[in-house]
Design a protein around this ligand. Sequence first.
Ligand SMILES: [Fe+2]
Length: 220
Amino acid sequence: MATEPASNVLSIHFRYARSAAEFSAIRNPGINLVIWRRNQDPALASVVDGFNAAEDCDVEAVLDAQEPDVWMFLDGCPAGAARDMLAADIDFLVRRFGVVMGRRAVRAHLETVATDACRLFHVDAAGLRMLVTYSGFGTQWAGNGDVRRDQLTAQGRAFDAANRAIVPRQSDIRTARPWWVLLQKGESYPGNAGNGIVHRSPPVEGTGARRLRLCLDEVS
Ligand SMILES: [Fe+2]
């Protein structure tokens, strides 16, 4: 019988935040995911959907969480309403992420994703990571009680077979919606070894689907 390998793996391991002020719940032992289910005005969201459909984006920089220079960060993106919206939101989230981490340096990566590079369910080696998919399918994750951690990594199998072994029931796969914020805790967060949140990028390659995703990381 499969058992969870570590005592810090809790079945109630994620929280829904009602606002960014509740991101701090991620610091609690055993919590490995905080989700802020934000709603975006459909008309505004469609502006970013249009940007995502038309532009390839791949910008990465280390920002000061207390004074993020998001305009320099977004210099390569075409000027317009979508860039203004993204700038405001990235500024807000970088500051919040810095507060949660207790550090000033944040690595920010805004990119268009049209491949399946991260489609295998996995845990991050990182400490904390914040993810937002502004347009397209959001990050997928599964609850601690729904995953087989002993099956993590492909182990020589095709990715589809490995994914079915890691998350045996398709109905247990949860998908974030655009604009939702996922604050994830990985394996290297102090005290969290064996309890990284199991997640993946949704498979989109060959479908024509594109995602516009922001990833914020600690700078080691
Ligand atoms: Fe990941």
